[in-house]
Design a protein around this ligand. Structure first.
Ligand SMILES: [Cu+2]
Length: 500
C-alpha cells in the first residue's frame, strides 16, 4: 500500500513538472518579441537543466557507491575466503573501475555537450562524416583493455583447473548432486576415492561404490563439508539425475555438476569458520538476532556459516540443496577425518553385498595382530602366574564341535610365530565354555577344543613337549552367565605361559 502511494506521488510530481515546463514555454512565447527569441530562451533553459541533472545524477552515483560498499565483492564482509577468490574479486573490481571511469567520462561529456552546443543565434552545427584516427583509437583502446582482462581471467582459470599429477597430495572429496541434496564422500585414510558404477546404485549403496575396489573400503560419507585451512582442496563434482551446480559463494567456487561426467575444482580456503565469524562481527548488518522471531537469539555473525548451495534451477526442491561448509585447522580436520566411520564398514561389511563376507580384511588382521601382541607383551612381563594369560579372541569353533573355524588360522599362526621366537616357552592351552547345557559335556567339549588348538600347533612344527591342553568347561567364568554378552565372554580359548 505504502509503495503504491509512493509510486502515485512520483507520477503526479512528474506530471506537475511537465505542466510547469509547458506553462513556462507558453509565457516565454507570449512575452518574446519573436518566435526565434522564444526558442533561444527555451534552449538555454533546457541546457541548464541538463547540467543540473548531470550534477544530481553523478552525485547519486557516488553516494550509492559509498552506501553499498559492504556489498562489493572483496570488500568488508564479502572478502573472499579462498586464495584464487581474491584474484577473481580483483578481476571483477578492475573491470568495475575501468567501466566506471568510462561511464563517468561519457556521462560528463554527454550532458556537458548538450549544454555547450545548445541552439544559439549565430552558431551552426558542424558535421564530421568520417575520421580514421578516431576510428582507430576507439577500436584499439577497448581491444587492448579486453585483452588484458581476458589474460588475467585465463590466469585465474588455470589456477583452479590445473592438471594434477598425483591428486592424493591434495585434500580430496567428492560431491554428488541429486534432486534435492548432496552426497559428500571423502577418500578416507588412503586418500583415494574408490571406483563407482551407476549400475551398483541401490538403497544400501547410494553412490554405486564398487566394493571389489579396495580403495572404497575406507571411504566415508559426511553430512557436511569439512576442510582444513591453508590446504589445496580438490573437489570431484558429479550428479545423479539432472544438471546441478556446486556453488560455494564465499570461496568463489562454482562448477556445474553434470550427470555422467565428473568435473573438478581446486581451491585453497584461507580463513577458518571461526575467523570468518570474527570478521563478520565488525559489521552492523551482522549484529541483528539470527532468528528474526527471537530477539534474544545469538547475533547473526555468531551463527554464520560458509555454505554450499546449488546454483542451477534443478527443480522444485532446488532451494533445499544447502549444506554447511566448515573450515577448521589442519589438526582438527585430521582428527575429524579419523573419527568418521567408513561407509563400507558400517553399512556393507558382513551383509550379502559384501564381497569379503566370511574373510578378514587386511586392516582387521592388522588390528587382531596388534591386540594379540599387546596381550602377549603383558603376559610375558606379568609377575603373577595367573596373569600370564593370552586370550585367543579370534580362535573360534563350529557350533557344538571342536572343529576350528577357517578364520582361526590367522591368530593360531601368531601363536606358532611366538613359540618359534621364544624357543623355551611352554604353554598350557585352556578351553572354556559357558554354563548352558550339561556340565560334563561342556567339560569334554572344552578339552577337545583345547586339543584341537594343540594339534594345530604341533602340525605347524611345535614340539609337543612344550604344549599341554586342558578343558575347564564352565568352571572358570570371566563374566556373568546371565547375559548373552557374558556367556560369549566365557566361551573362550586362551593360553597360559608356564615357562619362558
Ligand atoms: Cu540442484
Amino acid at each position: 500500500m505504502q509503495l503504491l502511494i509512493v509510486i502515485i506521488s512520483v507520477v503526479l510530481l512528474v506530471l506537475i513538472v511537465i505542466q510547469v515546463g509547458k506553462l513556462g514555454e507558453m509565457t516565454t512565447a507570449l512575452s518574446s518579441s519573436s518566435a526565434e527569441e522564444a526558442q533561444q530562451t527555451v534552449n538555454s533553459r533546457q541546457g541548464n537543466l541538463m547540467l543540473v541533472f548531470l550534477i544530481g545524477f553523478l552525485g547519486l552515483f557516488i553516494w550509492s557507491a559509498l552506501y553499498y560498499k559492504n556489498y562489493y565483492l572483496g570488500f568488508g564482509p564479502n572478502e573472499a575466503a579462498s586464495e584464487h577468490g581474491k584474484k577473481i574479486d580483483w578481476l571483477f573490481n578492475v573491470t568495475l573501475v575501468i567501466t566506471g571511469i568510462v561511464f563517468f567520462i561519457t556521462q560528463v561529456l554527454l550532458f556537458y555537450f548538450a549544454w555547450k552546443y545548445r541552439g544559439r543565434k549565430g552558431h551552426q552545427a558542424q558535421y564530421i562524416s568520417h575520421d580514421n584516427k578516431l576510428e582507430i583509437v576507439w577500436t584499439l583502446v577497448p581491444a587492448i583493455t579486453m585483452t588484458l582482462l581476458v589474460i588475467g581471467g585465463m590466469d585465474v582459470w588455470n589456477s583452479v583447473m590445473p592438471d594434477v599429477d598425483d591428486p592424493t597430495e591434495l585434500v580430496q572429496l567428492e560431491v554428488t548432486g541429486y534432486q534435492f541434496a548432496w552426497d559428500i564422500r571423502y577418500p578416507g585414510a588412503d586418500n583415494e576415492l574408490g571406483d563407482k558404477n551407476f549400475r551398483l546404485i541401490s538403497a544400501t549403496n547410494p553412490l554405486g561404490q564398487d566394493w571389489t575396489d579396495k580403495r572404497n573400503l575406507d571411504d566415508f560419507h559426511a553430512s557436511e563439508i569439512v576442510l582444513p585451512v591453508g590446504k589445496q582442496v580438490r573437489v570431484r563434482i558429479t550428479a545423479k539425475d539432472v544438471l546441478h551446480s556446486f556453488y560455494l559463494p564465499q570461496f568463489r567456487v562454482k562448477m556445474d555438476a553434470v550427470p555422467g561426467m565428473p568435473t573438478y575444482f581446486i581451491f585453497t580456503p584461507t580463513k577458518t569458520t571461526e575467523e570468518y565469524r570474527k570478521e563478520l562481527s565488525k559489521y552492523p548488518e551482522f549484529q541483528v538476532p539470527s532468528d528474526p522471531d527471537d530477539p534474544n537469539s545469538d547475533p547473526l555473525w555468531k551463527t554464520a556459516n560458509y555454505e554450499l548451495a546449488c546454483a542451477e534451477l534443478c527443480g522444485k526442491g532446488h532451494y533445499s540443496m544447502r549444506r554447511v561448509v566448515k573450515v577448521v585447522s589442519e589438526e582438527e580436520f585430521e582428527k575429524w577425518a579419523k573419527e568418521q566411520p567408513s561407509f563400507y564398514m558400517t553399512n556393507i561389511r558382513g551383509t550379502d553385498e559384501d564381497p569379503y563376507k566370511g574373510q578378514y580384511l587386511e586392516v582387521e588382521l592388522k588390528q587382531h595382530a596388534k591386540e594379540y601382541k599387546a596381550q602377549l607383551e603383558k603376559a610375558i612381563e606379568a609377575e603373577n602366574p595367573d596373569d600370564k594369560i593370552v586370550r585367543l579372541k579370534y580362535v573360534t569353533f563350529e557350533t557344538g564341535s571342536a572343529k576350528l573355524s577357517p578364520l582361526s588360522k590367522y591368530e593360531l599362526d601368531e601363536v606358532v610365530a611366538t613359540l618359534k621366537e621364544y624357543r623355551h616357552m611352554k604353554i598350557e592351552i585352556a578351553g572354556h565354555t559357558d554354563n548352558t547345557g550339561d556340565a560334563d559335556a561342556n567339560m569334554a567339549l572344552s578339552q577337545r577344543r583345547a586339543e584341537a588348538v594343540q594339534n594345530y600347533l604341533i602340525e605347524h612344527g611345535i614340539d609337543p613337549a612344550r604344549l599341554t591342553a586342558k578343558g575347564y568347561g564352565s568352571s572358570r567364568p570371566q563374566a556373568s552367565n546371565d547375559t548373552e554378552e557374558g556367556r560369549q565372554e566365557n566361551r573362550r580359548t586362551e593360553f597360559k605361559i608356564l615357562d619362558l
